[in-house]
Design a protein around this ligand. Structure first.
Ligand SMILES: NC(=O)c1ccc[n+]([C@@H]2O[C@H](COP(=O)([O-])OP(=O)(O)OC[C@H]3O[C@@H](n4cnc5c(N)ncnc54)[C@H](O)[C@@H]3O)[C@@H](O)[C@H]2O)c1
Ligand SMILES: [Zn+2]
Length: 358
């Protein structure tokens, strides 16, 4: 088991990354007494694997009153309608400002639960128990919570740091293969663009990663949490430019996801986007062909996609990237690699460089 600290002054908290450790939640929470009630929020898929019940039972054993709530699984629940239903339910169940909301699930439940915690009764305390690889290495850390609008993902939300994050990598054993690969798309992002040692570790352990070896997963998840925690503590509210470096492959990925009407999973889009970013970096002379070949081989060993799907239009991709919510004044900007484990934000790239295709 590893403890990673996220240093954010009086909003600092710990991430516990272990295996088969869901039952630690009770003792983790007792440090934050008094707690009047614990609301465990999960989804209809996750609940079937018993994770939310294990969390609820462990909290109950400490004497805290627990309410277990479940919503439909998937992005469809990150809406104002689901949020409104949850606000009403919390009110009916007498949830007050001394309560804690605990999200047990993937990024959807983390973002939705955090949004409810940030808004109900002008804010109640929040805790994360992420159960997808994407949520364990990315979405549960950093305090971004929110819901979607019909026309724009993650458009309404807040920054809310949790009291803590409890990660049980054994929950990843029941994740469908495409969801597991999607999480790996974010993992490679950390290795290629931010941490050469992690990249080397991933390269050396591809086989074990593919069979979801728990010791290897625990090491990878802890390393990714540590990298993200460091960047978030340097730039909590995305104002200094540090946090943007977490977006390797993401400018391309967002354009692919929109065109696939979000049928392409985020981390798989990031995997393809990361290869596009590497190709662009070669074109700009930031890295050489050997870098690209090493990255391609790495993606293939982890069974991650590298080619743009046939139904994606390149011109539209460029147009969408110019209007990505992270771009400014229609300029094309990308996080591009300069070596294994390092990257830079490159702004105002000439669209003609992209128009010929990558
Ligand atoms: N807040 C952030 O910083 C941040 C960062 C990245 C992504 N996100 C958000 O995260 C969401 C995507 O998260 P996700 O990929 O975890 O999706 P998800 O929450 O929809 O989970 C994917 C699927 O896996 C199921 N599942 C979850 N855990 C399981 C387990 N252990 N075993 C079996 N099935 C399980 C879920 O029921 C769901 O069907 C998006 O809404 C995205 O916007 C937020
Ligand atoms: Zn991402």
């Amino acid at each position: 088991m590893q403890i990673i600290s996220v240093s954010l002054g009086n909003r600092s908290y710990d991430i516990e990354a272990g295996s088969d450790n869901l039952e630690h939640i009770g003792s983790f929470l007792t440090a934050f007494q008094p707690i009047s009630t614990a609301v465990v929020l999960t989804d209809d898929n996750v609940i079937q694997h018993g994770y939310a019940h294990r969390v609820a039972d462990s909290i109950s054993e400490t004497g805290i009153d627990v309410h277990l709530l479940s919503v439909a699984s998937g992005e469809q629940s990150k809406t104002i309608e689901t949020a409104a239903t949850l606000w009403e339910t919390l009110l009916d169940e007498g949830i007050d400002r001394k309560s804690v909301l605990i999200s047990v699930g993937g990024g959807v439940i983390g973002d939705l639960g955090g949004f409810i915690a940030a808004t109900y009764a002008r804010g109640i305390r929040f805790f994360q128990v992420p159960t997808t690889l994407l949520a364990q290495v990315d979405s549960s850390i950093g305090g971004k919570v929110g819901i979607d609008l019909p026309k724009a993902k993650n458009m309404v939300g807040a920054f809310l740091q949790p009291l803590g994050v409890l990660i049980d990598t054994k929950t990843l054993k029941t994740l469908p293969d495409n969801q597991y690969r999607s999480g790996l798309g974010e993992v490679i992002k950390y290795g290629v663009s931010l941490d050469a040692e992690l990249f080397q570790f991933l390269e050396n352990n591809a086989e074990k990663i593919n069979i979801r070896d728990l010791a290897i997963l625990q090491q990878i998840v802890s390393d990714c949490c540590r990298i993200k925690a460091t960047i978030v503590s340097e730039d909590e509210f995305e104002t200094t430019g540090r946090r943007v470096l977490l977006n390797y492959g993401h400018t391309f990925a967002h354009a692919f996801e929109i065109q696939s009407h979000f049928t392409l999973l985020h981390g798989l889009a990031v995997s393809i986007g990361a290869v596009c970013a590497a190709r662009l970096a070669v074109r700009l002379g930031l890295v050489d062909e050997t870098f690209l070949q090493r990255q391609l081989c790495f993606h293939q060993n982890l069974k991650l996609p590298t080619e743009i799907p046939n139904n994606i239009d390149w011109r539209q991709t460029i147009a969408l990237m110019r209007h990505d919510k992270k771009s400014e004044f229609g300029k094309l900007r990308f996080v591009l690699p300069t070596d294994i484990g390092s990257c830079r934000l490159i702004e105002d790239i000439d669209p003609q460089i992209l128009e010929r295709g990558l």
